[in-house]
Write a protein of this length. Structure first.
Length: 597
């Protein structure tokens, strides 16, 4: 590990420079360069399976385009006051908007994002959720794992290739910043397993808190009961940053009202529209539905799937679904719903049945609010879409395990009566100043990692790992578990106890994705191949649970990390800048009091 003295020497030359906080003009997605790449097979409304020299049958773990096109964006993380639903709160957002700007590219493009941290007293780091970051762990954006945070007034540039395609999002991974508004969508254009006419873009679903999330954390982290901070009740929810809150019975001065705008979109009659759903909740599950319409689901996370139809899909935090909706109903207006589920995690939402958007058919005679009703049979439940429906289009067979880890999920109170969720060897608390990737790069033994690093070091290139994740608590808490650096294969999932040799494992083209639910008092068994050297986080995507330590680190193929990372100058320079801020009087105003992620 580079010493503090060495870091200060490096800082003089390599300290990041401040960049302009303006959005980059997006180049034409159908540029001449990309047309050349795509010349063999044109992606069109009548054939969405095509993509130039590639198509929907291409296994993107093995092969992907290299377009030579660079998509460059500038994002500014700032702290401002917003009232997206009529209630004024201090939020942290990108470029002044909630959600932040869309990062958009074609399959095979290089994506370059310049982040400026204009927050007054917080560091930050930005994670590109679901992006595999193949041989590129240093750009994953996880503080204390792959980098030191970006200090206030400083900047960092992330670079990665879009080797996958579909829908995802980017978000801060520094403490609870994501819950406070630091996120935005990612769209990577590519082939699709079913045809559509119009791409309507991302639809982000979130719960909305009217109290600063750090104030919530301070109040609830020491609650002496097993419910912990997840007992928080959100007053509202938003769809793409919009949904009015009724201030008529609220005398709080911050409840200014006056907001009537809802998310709305237009359907062209007879056409098929693609909608890219993103679960951006701090906590809980939401069901997406459009009154009177059928959804054809074509992708789960970044994985194209065999299409299936339903009238609703359920999303946990971190999950995504691409759905195609045919405008086959009478011309008019229809409610689009994000129904908050209260069946798990002690969750509730004061506005759970009124998180609404509107679909207007082109040619409708009125823009009045719809009078449609919700479809029958949408029950209150948690969990994932039906396992048997999530069939990957590109078939894979999972090899037998060459290493298996049992990851029991539990909880305990420390001597300060702070609740910690635990997994693997305990709970995670990263050291912002000493990222695990730097330890691994420098050949440090896992035994010498900082306390509470909660890591598993597996150096077995090309081998298969099976993880059995078992909830050991007596709660009905569900956990959407997200793995950085990989899609994984879901071999089994259910309630109750996993029993070796009895619980059936599906190894024949099982569902694969990057975020899966661990059911309350249940189990999930996942598998993945050790083919991406780096330091990778595995964690619950419920913000409160992640802050309480429900996470672990995978140190994958440590022997290959130095050659994959290459020069560690930028990583060290980032830590120099962070150390300088964090040891200063300004840095002392915000000290770590949670897991750090």
């Amino acid at each position: 590990m580079t010493s503090v003295l060495q870091r200060f020497i490096l800082a003089a030359t390599f300290a990041p420079q401040l960049v302009h906080s303006i959005p980059s003009p997006r180049a034409d997605i159908n540029s001449a360069q990309n047309q050349d790449e795509r010349s063999l097979c044109e992606n069109s409304a009548s054939n969405r399976t095509c993509w130039g020299q590639y198509d929907i049958n291409t296994d993107y773990y093995e092969s992907w385009p290299t377009t030579g096109v660079v998509r460059e964006y500038w994002l500014n993380a700032e702290q401002i006051t917003l009232s997206p639903d009529g209630y004024e709160t201090t939020v942290q957002v990108f470029n002044g908007s909630l959600p932040g700007p869309t990062i958009e590219a074609d399959w095979g493009d290089e994506i370059v994002v310049h982040i400026t941290n204009s927050l007054p007293d917080n560091g930050t780091s930005i994670h590109w959720h679901g992006i595999r970051q193949f041989n590129n762990s240093q750009n994953d954006g996880t503080p204390g794992v792959t980098q030191c945070p970006i200090p206030p007034g400083d900047a960092m540039t992330y670079r990665f290739q879009a080797t996958q395609y579909g829908t995802s999002w980017y978000h801060a991974h520094f403490s609870l910043q994501m819950a406070n508004g630091l996120f935005g969508p990612i769209v990577i254009h590519g082939p699709t397993t079913s045809n559509y006419d119009i791409d309507l873009g991302p639809v982000m679903l979130q719960d909305r808190y009217h109290e600063n999330v750090w104030h919530i954390w301070e109040k609830y982290q020491r609650v002496f009961n097993i419910e912990g901070p997840s007992k928080v009740i959100a007053p509202n929810g938003l769809i793409n940053g919009l949904n009015p809150y009724d201030c008529s019975d609220n005398d709080d001065a911050a409840c200014v009202g006056g907001v009537t705008a809802r998310y709305n979109t237009t359907f062209e009659p007879g056409k098929k529209q693609l909608m890219r759903l993103v679960g951006a909740q701090t906590d809980g599950y939401m069901k997406f539905t459009i009154d009177g319409h059928t959804l054809t689901v074509v992708a789960a996370d970044f994985v194209p799937i065999v299409p299936y139809t339903t009238d609703n899909v359920i999303l946990a935090s971190g999950q995504r679904y691409d759905v195609i909706v045919e405008a086959d109903q009478p011309v008019g207006s229809y409610w689009l719903r994000a129904i908050y589920q209260t069946a798990c995690n002690f969750n509730d939402n004061d506005n759970k049945d009124n998180i609404l958007g509107i679909v207007y058919y082109d040619g409708a005679s009125s823009t009045a609010e719809p009078t449609t009703t919700v479809s029958d049979g949408i029950n209150n439940s948690c969990g994932d879409e039906d396992y048997d429906n999530l069939v990957p289009w590109v078939k894979h067979t999972v090899d037998d395990k060459e290493e298996q880890n049992y990851l029991g999920v539990g909880w305990y109170y420390d001597t300060s009566l702070v609740l910690h969720w635990t997994m693997h060897d305990g709970y995670l608390s990263v050291n912002w100043s000493d990222p695990t990737l730097a330890y691994a790069y420098n050949g440090v033994s896992e035994d010498d990692y900082p306390a509470n690093s909660n890591s598993a070091n597996i150096d077995a290139p090309g081998k298969w790992v099976h993880w059995v994740i078992q909830d050991l608590t007596l709660t009905n808490a569900y956990h959407p578990m997200h793995l950085h650096g990989h899609d994984f294969y879901i071999l089994a999932q259910g309630r109750g106890v996993y029993i070796p040799l009895i619980t059936k494992l599906n190894k024949d083209n099982p569902p694969r994705r990057d975020t899966v639910s661990l059911y309350g008092t249940g189990y999930t068994v996942i598998a993945f191949k050790l083919d991406n050297p780096g330091a990778w986080l595995f964690h619950c995507h419920i913000a409160w649970h992640a802050s309480q330590g429900l996470a672990m680190q995978l140190i994958e193929n440590q022997s290959q990390i130095p050659s994959v990372v290459g020069d560690d100058t930028e990583m060290n320079a980032q830590c120099v800048a962070w150390d300088s801020f964090y040891s200063s009087p300004d840095g002392q105003d915000y000290q770590q009091d949670d897991s750090g992620i």
